[in-house]
Design a protein around this ligand. Structure first.
Ligand code: NAD
Length: 438
């Protein structure tokens, strides 16, 4: 099938590449001409495992192309996917200006002689956005253009997006016409995964409800972690005990610094806002957000309790990406921690295996020193803070680390190190919801 993807970011580029890998012919469009030039030159603008080799392979066989122009791309495409940003407004509502602009541009490029098109929203949008997109296209394209709107929310996780796209838990297709449903089912035909067929409104709602529920699990275990800290219980054992119940499951019960990234914070905010607008305040989610917003502040309080004063203390931070295996630092808790540490006058050095280039524009103005090597980053530090769960840090050479630090003190915000191993090397070790090693 001929497909166009509008928006070639984390979602659009990986989705388009995986569609090409499935055998479709795909044009990935972006209005960032620099990004398109980079892609056309054979480079990949983001770090995502397995993506580069798949892009190269599919470009080489002619199944994947890049273009700066919506108009030039959609004429031959049976399906047009929208994967542009849907960031939060200051009141928590979703900024839909990117979606509206793309809807207008598609409408202006559509001609009746191009035949029937399916326009699919892959961006995360509030329920009933499909109706608005449909109205907008009808308004600008005129009555003779044939199209349907479909909601096909994306559930990929950055860091394992390619595997998630090729082997998803489920595919949700929200369509109000059988013809459109059948077209999108053909797109996904090469993938072996359960398909949930819904109406457009339900599909849109599924995405916000799913992300909010995952965020709720994280905040829940973080609240439990605080109880553990006060009582000497171990949150890892508690999570295991809870998670062995199949109705709950162990997934997403990892205590830590809380959730960040470009999705959970904004999607929880959006769902709170959508519910409030509908006159049914979702106060449970307000608490989920509050727990998350205060989680790293509580962690910082514990660091300050230990060091007394942070001013002029050298603190090393391992991890800047919002999670492992990505260079994405949007809403990263690690950056919030760096900002607060700098704000109190600490001398902060930081490192990350992949996210130094994305974090630098934010951290350089704060005075954070970025150091490539993780051990050099920790040299002479009074405290090492682990802020992202990279496997490099979980497998750190503790003897080597002990040799470079000024004090052997670690605050592990992601619970990736073993207290027993740290005790053996003589470290003082504090983590989240687990007894400290002192
Ligand atoms: P992104 O910022 O990485 O990419 C969006 C791309 O759209 C950018 O390259 C931007 O230049 C381009 N763009 C903006 N306006 C455009 C226009 N008018 N024409 C052409 N291109 C345009 O964002 P993302 O992380 O890929 O997220 C996209 C959507 O997918 C959001 O709604 C997000 O909530 C959702 N989503 C994201 C993830 C994730 O893990 N990142 C997962 C599931 C869903």
């Amino acid at each position: 099938m001929n497909l166009t993807i509008i928006g070639s970011g984390y979602v659009g580029l990986t989705t388009g590449t995986c569609f090409a890998e499935m055998g479709h012919h795909v044009i990935c469009v972006d209005n960032n001409t620099e990004k398109i030039r980079t892609l056309q030159s054979g480079a990949i603008p983001i770090y995502e495992p397995k993506l580069e080799e798949l892009v190269k392979k599919n470009v080489a066989v002619g199944r994947l192309e890049f273009s700066p122009s919506i108009a030039a791309s959609i004429a031959e495409s049976e399906v047009i996917f929208i994967a542009v940003p849907t960031p939060p407004n200051t009141d928590g509502s979703v900024d839909l200006t990117y979606i509206e602009k793309v809807a207008r541009e598609i409408a202006q490029a559509l001609q009746p002689e191009m035949g029937y098109k399916v326009i699919v929203d892959k961006s995360t949008v509030p329920v009933k956005t499909g109706e608005k997109v449909s109205q907008t296209i009808k308004h600008y394209a005129g009555p003779n253009v044939q199209f349907d709107i479909v909601s096909n929310p994306e559930f990929l996780r950055e860091g394992c997006a390619v595997d998630d796209l090729l082997h998803p838990d489920r595919i949700v297709i929200g369509a109000n016409s059988e013809q459109a449903m059948n077209v999108i089912k053909r797109v996904y035909q090469p993938i072996h995964a359960p398909i949930l067929e819904t109406d457009v409104n339900s599909a849109e709602l599924i995405k916000h409800a799913a992300n909010s529920f995952l965020a709720l699990k994280i905040s829940y275990i973080n609240a439990v972690a605080k109880v553990c800290e006060k009582t000497g219980a171990d949150v890892e054992l508690v999570a295991e005990g809870i998670g062995m119940d199949k109705r709950i499951s162990r997934h997403f019960l990892n205590a830590g610094l809380g959730y960040g990234g470009s999705c959970f914070p904004k999607d929880v905010k959006a769902f709170i806002n959508i519910s409030r607008t509908l006159g049914i305040p979702f106060t449970l989610l307000e608490e989920v957000e509050h727990i998350n917003d205060t989680q790293h502040i509580h962690f910082l309080d514990r660091i300050r309790d230990r060091l007394w004063v942070l001013k002029d203390k050298k603190i090393a931070v391992w991890g800047l990406a919002f999670k492992q295996n990505t260079d994405d630092v949007r809403e990263s808790i690690a950056l919030k921690l760096c900002e607060k540490l700098c704000g109190e006058g600490a001398i902060v050095t930081a490192t990350d295996p992949k996210a130094m280039h994305t974090a630098a524009p934010i951290l350089n103005p704060m005075g954070v020193k970025l150091v490539e090597d993780m051990y050099e980053c920790a040299r002479d530090a009074e405290v090492l803070v682990i802020a992202t769960e990279w496997s490099e840090y979980a497998n750190a050479d503790l003897q080597k680390l002990a040799g470079v630090m000024r004090n052997r003190i670690i605050f592990d915000g992601r619970n990736i190190l073993s207290p027993a191993n740290l005790r053996a090397v003589g470290f003082e070790y504090h983590s989240v919801g687990r007894p400290s090693v002192e």
